[in-house]
Design a protein. Sequence first.
Length: 270
Amino acid sequence: MKWFRLLLAILALALVGLGLFVWGTRPTPGAGQIVLPAKTPFTKGSYFAFAMPWGGEMVRVLKPWSPHADSIVIDLDRFPAKTKVHWRWPPVSAGFGPGVWGYNAVMYGNYDGGEPERPIAPIRMRDLRELRQSFGWTIDNRFGDGNVLTEFYLRSSTTDVHAKVIEIGWFFHMPDSTRAFFDGSAPVGVFVDDQKRRWMVRMADKFCMFAPEKPGDLRDGTLDMLPALEWLRQKGKITGNEWMSGVAIGVEPVRGLGSLSIDRWSVTMR
């Protein structure tokens, strides 16, 4: 009986500790802000926000926690600027399973099924004249980490969001576990952009990844994505007949607690 009471006491303390953790780490909105829970859409103009804990949902023991792990604080006046993404996952790398716990992002156009308030018409890749983004972000990764990733899909259909031909992404920040995954993927080559930045390019199945040749963060600047698409076409990875529908920027949580502040972000696609 004594051991049973001790076990109950330990269980009660664990539950209290869990409750304090949940309460103490939850994001709180400021004036003119809202907290967007996971799997809840928000749109303003041609931009869209969505937190998708898909990796956590794949791990049975974490599935009940998944709806509470990720959230996005939206500044209603300045969105997509001043958006802050929060994640709260175990302090171990998701590399043992899905690799990342999810993708929590701000999106432009119809990225992966998002329906913005002001729709953006899909454009065939060969007809694109400009595909550029301007960005600035900061990350709090003292107690965890995650990939800062901007990406899009090229599709074979303008209406079927599942008709994905290829996923193309640029890593602006990579934890060591992601870098190891990247380094183990099939090499495509080295792409040099218009600012003379050198990107290692690798393929993992249908995911084409661009990462700085020398490890480091790219926290502020512009990214002209159209020359990279032409380079991939010359490499035979795409044909030019694929459809471009939208682009995203966000964080793939890898472990622990943290937040990503998207200080500014704008996309030109025409």
